[in-house]
Design a protein around this ligand. Structure first.
Ligand code: APR
Length: 232
């Protein structure tokens, strides 16, 4: 059981105070994603989009990793084989908990991207319309976030890791957005055991060998403790 791939979603950051998307009071119940999470929305009203991500960046910076993030960082320290966290989240709570091997499939709030020349640089606390790209001078810049209708990052590397995985674990994701929602099916195709850890069963729960329900801050540390005991 040497190669482990973990997919995380908004649910792992919920107990750090960061909102999820599709639950009651979720982000997509308060904002129209077409206005704030699509290229057309940015072209139509870039100021609204920058304000939306400025608020999420401020929330993420004020939040702290919870016991689930910390448990995954501890797991990475004792796990004897390969381990990769693929996160759909744009916060940096995995990094701040100490995890090293992380791929952000939807980008991150701490990055800025030039829509004209693809240059990337660290985002300021608040991105402004007048802030120009340091490389080509184009303004406005956009947050380095993958929006709906855009191709997620690192897909080749992720698919290769899934096909090699012995164990695939999905934590705190509703299983409603592809390609991430299809990862268990890909991993299972080449023999991985699949475990879902969630507050409630996801839309793709049938793709998993085992589903454990509960808050991530409790069930993720419990699962990590089991792995540590099994390794002796
Ligand atoms: N512990 C564990 N799971 C939780 C907790 C918790 N404390 N709170 C909520 N959850 C679970 C919910 O049961 C749900 O399955 O987190 C999931 C949140 O689902 P979504 O809001 O759909 O978030 P996510 O699955 O990450 O969305 C995927 O959709 O809008 C896009 O880019 C966005 O990355 C996001 C993607």
């Amino acid at each position: 059981m040497k190669r482990l791939v973990i997919l995380t979603g908004a649910g792992i950051s919920a107990e750090s105070g960061l909102g999820t998307f599709r639950e009651k009071d979720g982000l997509w119940t308060r904002y129209d994603l077409n206005d704030v999470a699509t290229p057309r929305g940015f072209a139509r009203n870039p100021g609204l989009v920058l304000d939306f991500y400025n608020a999420r960046r401020a929330n993420a910076r004020a939040a702290c990793p919870n016991a689930a993030h910390v448990a995954l960082a501890e797991l990475e320290a004792f796990w004897p084989g390969e381990m990769l966290i693929v996160t759909q989240n744009v916060d940096d709570l995995h990094e701040r908990a100490g995890s090293q091997s992380i791929l952000h499939i939807h980008g991150g709030l701490e990055g800025a991207l030039c829509a004209a020349c693809d240059h990337r640089w660290p985002a300021p606390a608040e991105m402004r319309l007048a802030d120009a790209c340091p490389a080509c001078g184009h303004a406005p810049a956009r947050p380095d976030i993958v929006w709906f209708g855009e191709y997620p990052y690192h897909m080749q590397q992720i698919e290769a890791a899934l096909l090699r995985a012995d164990l695939f674990v999905a934590i705190g994701t509703s299983g409603t957005v592809y390609p991430a929602a299809g990862f268990a099916e890909i991993a299972a195709r080449t023999g991985a055991d699949c475990l879902e850890l969630n507050a409630e069963a996801s839309a793709v729960a049938p793709d998993f060998d085992e589903v454990r329900l509960g808050p991530a801050s409790r069930i993720v540390p419990e699962w990590v403790a089991e792995l540590r005991a099994a390794l002796g």
